[in-house]
Design a protein around this ligand. Sequence first.
Ligand SMILES: Cc1ncc(COP(=O)(O)O)c(C=O)c1O
Length: 462
Amino acid sequence: MQRPGIAAATQTKFLLDESQLPRRWYNIRPDLPTAPQPVLHPGTGQPIGPDDLAPLFPMALIAQEVSEEPEVAIPEEVLELYSLWRPTPLYRARRLEHALGTHSAIYYKYEGVSPPGSHKPNTAVAQAHYNKQEGRTRLATETGAGQWGSALAFACKLIGLECKVYMVKISYDQKPSRRSMIQAWGADIVPSPSKETQAGRAILANDPDTPGSLGIAISEAVEDAAGRDDTAYSLGSVLNHVLLHQTVIGQEALVQMDLAGAFPDVVVGCVGGGSNFAGLSFPFLREKIAGRDIDVLACEPAACPTLTRGPFAYDFGDTSKLTPLVAMHTLGHDFVPAPIHAGGLRYHGVAPLISQLVRDGLVRAEAYLQSDVFASAVLFAGSEGILPAPEAAHAIHGALRVAKAADEAGEERTILFNLSGHGHFDMSAYDNYLQGKLEDVALDEDEIDRALRAIEGLPTPT
Ligand SMILES: Cc1ncc(COP(=O)(O)O)c(C=O)c1O
């Protein structure tokens, strides 16, 4: 085991032994300054109970969704699977710092070392485990960029469940290799919207050329799971239990920053539904809520600016209004974001827990254009070597902006960001960028106003 000291001043990687894998997930709910809003039944408008969710999820996950326990023990089978790639490394980005000429120190936690290439299997193996335990034999899910679909296919294969993936059509077309990876792990995959569900058929009848969206793919997977006793629904982000499972990231990072003899002034992550951001930031937010001064920055695409421009409101999690109503920052459930390359960030909502933290002023958010994000990704790849996923590149861009602002103000910051995945299956996006073909999409106010009409008449959070 490494100890902080003189070596830390020149060290690049801060590694933990397998025996240092966290054995408990951290639950932020009891630490929140404002209690989360209740989840409402779409028909009655009343708070839902466990029985309402039972057709879709195993009881263990429903219990975690509403748990007020500060910590949840990680099952042995999940720990054993985590040990295939965890603990993940934490790096000091010395070469990036040098390339920038910054006086700040930049660290990143690298989740791209998992077999599917991102943070997503942290929750996929946990969800597969609990479903298997409670007798489900098949899981249905959606995937945007393909990272979540491949993570769940991987988890189902290792744990012994069937898996069905509805992949957002634009990504299905742009990322044939992700598709093959999902198939290699034995899952069945279709482009969404598909003709296999009522939700898919209705959307195709209206707009046969739709690029699809996460909201649409969720409708299809929920419909699939609700219609079969052997099948549960599995979501790769947004829900409390998903965010809970990801907190192994931040817990490891706290120990690794300690090994580096440092503590972050700024913690940065990209936000789609919010799971990697929560995974890194929640254990640091525990420190912030206890009084420590940390700037926590969420980075999103300008084409889907949920936290920066969407109101905090009750909305559905999916396009066809099959899910319960949750209070979150949203752009409206029928909002179809422009087909930017960070497919995993094209979601109309953001996790209720993160939305609440933004509302309470504990987290702030910024939105970026994709050409600026890719410029930062290429700078990062050219100094640190790792080619980031387009989603993760939003966090890199956020971290670089913080470092530049600190330099301009004559300050030195310690910055930690989450590099949530590698971009080895995103080369068509890099091709477009390098050939100058990337289009920037900033959303105009009229389009947001139109999309938000979808939530008129829904209950208002207190
Ligand atoms: C590498 C990577 N990072 C981030 C995300 C965004 O999801 P979340 O906000 O749940 O972390 C995705 C989603 O697919 C992803 O693949």
